[in-house]
Design a protein around this ligand. Structure first.
Ligand SMILES: *Cc1c(COP(=O)(O)O)cnc(C)c1O
Length: 474
C-alpha cells in the first residue's frame, strides 16, 4: 500500500479564500521560507486512505484474539457512549470539588466496588497501567518498611511471573530473588522456605499464575510470609479468573493491582490508555498516593491528607476515561461478574481438552482463565516452531496467542479465549489449530512460510527491532 505522500496528486485538498490567506499581519521573520510539504489529496481520498489502513489492522471486532495474559475480550460499545458524555469530557481536571461532584462520585463508587471485589480496605485509581500499579504497590511496601525502621532489601518472585514484576520491584531498589516452580507449575514451597529470611520485604505473586494454574498452597505461602514479617503483593492484572469466587484478601495478600483495561472490558493495546488501581489492607492505607476520593456523607472530595503517602504517581487523578468504562461494565454486570469468571474458565478448559491430543500440554491440570500448550512436538517432528504456528494462525483471521511466555516453558503457546466468545467461535479456533498441526506434518513448508494472506508477510523480526525504519523519506 502507498503512503499518503506517495498518493498525493497535488489536486489540493482545501480551498482558501484570499482573506484567510492574508498573512501580512505576520512579521516576515516568522514566515516559513519553503513549502510545508504536506500531501495534497481530496477529502474523500483521504478518508479512503485511512479506512484502507485501518482495514489492514487486526482488532477484537475483526476476529478471535486469544492473547494469553492480555484478556482481549469484547468491550461493550455502551461504555464508549458513556465515556463520551459531555459532563465527563468537558470537565477540566482543575475544577474544584464542588463543580466535579459527578465525576468524583463515579471515582468513589469505583473505589468502593474495587474494595469489595479485592477485599482490600482502600483503593487508589491513579496508576495508569498494570506495571504502574506494581510500581505504586512496591513503593508503598518500601515506605511501609521504612516507617518501621526495617530496611528489608529482597523481593521474592516466582520464575513464572510476568516480566513487569521484577522490573517494578527493581525500580524501587529491591533485590530480586527468583523462586522456582515445581513439576505442577506452582511455587515450589521448599525452594520458597529456603529463600525466606529477615531481609525479605515481600513476595509478588500472580494467582492464577501465568501458566493459568491456581496456586493451591497460597494460604500456606501467606502464612510463611506473614510469620516472617513480610508482605504479599498480588498481581491481579487478569482478575477475570477469580471474580466473585475468591479475592486477594481471602488468599492473604496485602497489596493488589487490577488492570481495569483487562479485567473490566475497556479497550487496550497499542499503547492506549489503561488503568491499574491499587488496593491495600488497613495497615497500608496511609501510604496510598494522594489524592484519593472521599465522601463525608454529603459531598465527595479529593483527600490529600494521608499521613505517610508516597506522593502522587500520576498527573491529576489517573486515566479517568478508562474508569468510566470499567465502572459502567461493573454496574452492568453486577453479580453476573461471577458468570464472567465461570465462562472464562470454562472456555479455556474446553479448548485445552480439545487440543491436548494435538499439541504438547506441559501441565495437564484443570486450568483457570488461560492455559499453556507448546509447539515442541511440531518442532521435533516437523521442524515447525511455535513462531511458525503463530504466523500460520494469522491466515485464519485469528490473532496469534501469546508465544514464548512464560519463559519457563519451551515453545510456549499461551491461550486465553476470555468469557466473551461463543462456543461456535471456540470450535472454529480449535479446528484451525488442528488443521495447522496436520499441515505441519503433511506440508510443513506451508506453515514455515506463513503468513500468506496478511497485508504484511513474514518480517525479519530482529531487523525490525534493531533498525526500525519508521519515517517516510522521499
Ligand atoms: C498485562 C499484565 C501486566 C502489566 O500490565 P500493563 O497494563 O501492560 O502494564 C502485569 N502482570 C500481568 C500478569 C499481566 O498480564
Amino acid at each position: 500500500m502507498k503512503t499518503i505522500f506517495e498518493k498525493s496528486d497535488n489536486s489540493g485538498g482545501i480551498f482558501l479564500t484570499d482573506e484567510s490567506t492574508d498573512i501580512n499581519f505576520i512579521s516576515s521573520a516568522y514566515l516559513r521560507k519553503d513549502k510545508i510539504g504536506l500531501p495534497q489529496l481530496g477529502e474523500l481520498e483521504v478518508m479512503r486512505h485511512y479506512k484502507e489502513l485501518s482495514d489492514m489492522n487486526f482488532c477484537i471486532e475483526k476476529g478471535f484474539y486469544p492473547l494469553g495474559s492480555c484478556t482481549m475480550k469484547y468491550n461493550p460499545k455502551v461504555n464508549e457512549l458513556l465515556a463520551a458524555l459531555n459532563g465527563f469530557t468537558d470537565l477540566h481536571p482543575c475544577s474544584d470539588d464542588e463543580h466535579s461532584q459527578g465525576a468524583l462520585k463515579l471515582m468513589y463508587n469505583l473505589q468502593e466496588a474495587l474494595k469489595k471485589i479485592t477485599g482490600m480496605s482502600a483503593v487508589t485509581l491513579q496508576p495508569a497501567a498494570g506495571a504502574h500499579g506494581e510500581l505504586t504497590g512496591m513503593m508503598i511496601i518500601k515506605k511501609y518498611f521504612e516507617s518501621i525502621n526495617d530496611n528489608r532489601k529482597k523481593v521474592l518472585i516466582p520464575d513464572s511471573a510476568h516480566g513487569t514484576n521484577p522490573a517494578s520491584a527493581h525500580m524501587c531498589g529491591f533485590e530480586i530473588v527468583p523462586v522456582k516452580s515445581n513439576e505442577k507449575g506452582q511455587v515450589d514451597i521448599d525452594d520458597l522456605k529456603r529463600l525466606i529470611d529477615k531481609d525479605v520485604a515481600a513476595i509478588m505473586m500472580t494467582n492464577p499464575n501465568t501458566l493459568g494454574l491456581f496456586e493451591e498452597k497460597v494460604l500456606e505461602i501467606s502464612k510463611l510470609m506473614h510469620d516472617n514479617g513480610s508482605l504479599l503483593y498480588y498481581d491481579g492484572a487478569n482478575s477475570n479468573a477469580i471474580l466473585g469466587y475468591t479475592n486477594p484478601k481471602l488468599m492473604g495478600f496485602d497489596v493488589v493491582h487490577i488492570n481495569l483495561h483487562k479485567t473490566f472490558a475497556t479497550p487496550h493495546g497499542g499503547g492506549g490508555p489503561g488503568a491499574g488501581p491499587v488496593g491495600v489492607v488497613e495497615k497500608l492505607k496511609e501510604f496510598l498516593p494522594t489524592p484519593i476520593v472521599g465522601y463525608d456523607g454529603e459531598k465527595y472530595f479529593r483527600n490529600y491528607n494521608l499521613k505517610n503517602s508516597i506522593g502522587s504517581v500520576k498527573g491529576f487523578y489517573g486515566n479517568f476515561g478508562v474508569m468510566i468504562r470499567a465502572y459502567a461494565y461493573i454496574l452492568m454486570m453486577g453479580d453476573n461478574l461471577k458468570n464472567a469468571t465461570e465462562n472464562a474458565v470454562l472456555n479455556a478448559n474446553y479448548i485445552k481438552e480439545k487440543l491436548k491430543k494435538y499439541y504438547h500440554l506441559p501441565y495437564d491440570e484443570p486450568c483457570m482463565h488461560e492455559f499453556v500448550l507448546t509447539g515442541e512436538k511440531q518442532k521435533e517432528e516437523n521442524g515447525v516452531s511455535t513462531l511458525n504456528i503463530a504466523k500460520r494462525l494469522m491466515d485464519g483471521n485469528t490473532h496469534p496467542p501469546t508465544v514464548y511466555f512464560p519463559l519457563i516453558v519451551h515453545e510456549a503457546i499461551m491461550i486465553e479465549p476470555t468469557e466473551s466468545e461463543t462456543k461456535a467461535k471456540l470450535d472454529e479456533f480449535i479446528q484451525t489449530m488442528i488443521d495447522i498441526a496436520r499441515e505441519a506434518k503433511e506440508n510443513p513448508q506451508k506453515v514455515l512460510s506463513a503468513p500468506h494472506t496478511t497485508p504484511v508477510k513474514k518480517v525479519d523480526e530482529t531487523l525490525a527491532a534493531r533498525h526500525p525504519d519508521l519515517a517516510f523519506k522521499e
